[in-house]
Design a protein around this ligand. Structure first.
Ligand SMILES: [Fe+2]
Length: 293
């Protein structure tokens, strides 16, 4: 199913939706942040404020204070209350499946950039997941920020859809092809850790909502070799050159703050960690098969 405003032959529904969508920009961050007074019992008003934020932009920020031991469990519960229930199990997830993101190296993490202090290029989470395990919801919570850097840059994937469709609707069709973006198998010491994965950039869930899988990485991504796909890919790359775009939000999560979203496009800037172990950057991330409700 495809929602009416995403149907390429319905220009009117698209224009009406587009106008409403763009009216929120430039985003005033304060409107999309919710302070949760008691994270053990978020109020109906607080939850409604978070929902209103992500219903507009597919993302919302929250903040609360609680002691560190309870933090992880309480974030998990907050996600559940907003419809994030089916966690994805990835290679590096902790026992309870929320992933601790810090600079580290141990078995199973084989030098993934997310676990370094390097910059991460634009992507949606789990773009290498098989079609039946797409990541539709994502939660990122900061337990300890970096000494310097480590900002998140974010763009609602529906905005990217608009920018592309306004340029050339044929690009949207191209990005919906089932062999549009292919990620080669991940092989470590001769063992296949993740098989080859091919799929569309844009797809729609059972309720007709837009989902996106994307990575700006130039290596290890094979794009379909046709003019529209190549032009669309190049156009998206040019967008990343202008990070002062009104559609890109830049924010550095502080301790006790988090982002909850429908797996919008994002990237991370490089960072410098504190020398003290207890003060090194630590984020918790949850990846879900559900969208926010
Ligand atoms: Fe990510």
């Amino acid at each position: 199913m495809i929602a009416q405003h995403f149907q390429l032959n319905d220009a009117l529904a698209y224009q009406q939706w587009r106008e409403k969508k763009l009216a929120a920009y430039p985003l005033k961050l304060a409107n999309y942040q919710t302070y949760i007074k008691d994270i053990h019992h978020p109020s109906a008003t607080e939850l409604a404020h978070i929902q209103a934020a992500y219903q507009t932009t597919n993302m919302a920020f929250y903040r609360f204070s609680v002691d560190k031991e309870q933090e992880k469990e309480l974030i998990y519960q907050l996600g559940t209350q907003l419809g994030l229930k089916q966690l994805d199990h990835n290679l590096c997830a902790d026992q309870d499946r929320l992933t601790s993101i810090r600079v580290t190296q141990h078995q199973g993490q084989h030098n993934y950039i997310p676990y370094s202090n390097k910059r991460l290029s634009w992507h949606t989470d789990g773009y290498y997941n098989p079609p039946d395990q797409q990541i539709r919801g994502m939660l990122l919570h900061c337990s300890m920020p970096a000494m310097q850097g480590g900002a998140s840059l974010l763009m609602d994937h529906e905005i990217l859809y608009i920018l592309l469709r306004d340029q050339n609707p044929a690009w949207i069709s191209a990005l919906m092809q089932s062999d549009c973006m292919t990620i080669p198998a991940n092989i470590l010491n001769g063992k296949i850790i993740r098989p080859i994965c091919s799929g569309p950039v844009f797809s729609f869930d059972a309720k007709g909502q837009l989902h996106m899988r994307y990575s700006a990485r130039l290596r290890n991504i094979q794009w379909r070799d046709d003019p529209d796909t190549q032009a669309a890919r190049a156009f998206i790359q040019t967008l990343w050159q202008a990070e002062d775009s009104p559609y890109i939000l830049c924010y550095t999560l502080q301790a006790g703050e988090g982002l909850i979203c429908n797996n919008v496009l994002h990237r991370r800037t490089a960072f410098t960690d504190n020398k003290q172990d207890a003060q090194k950057r630590l984020l918790y991330r949850g990846r879900y098969y559900d969208r926010l409700n």
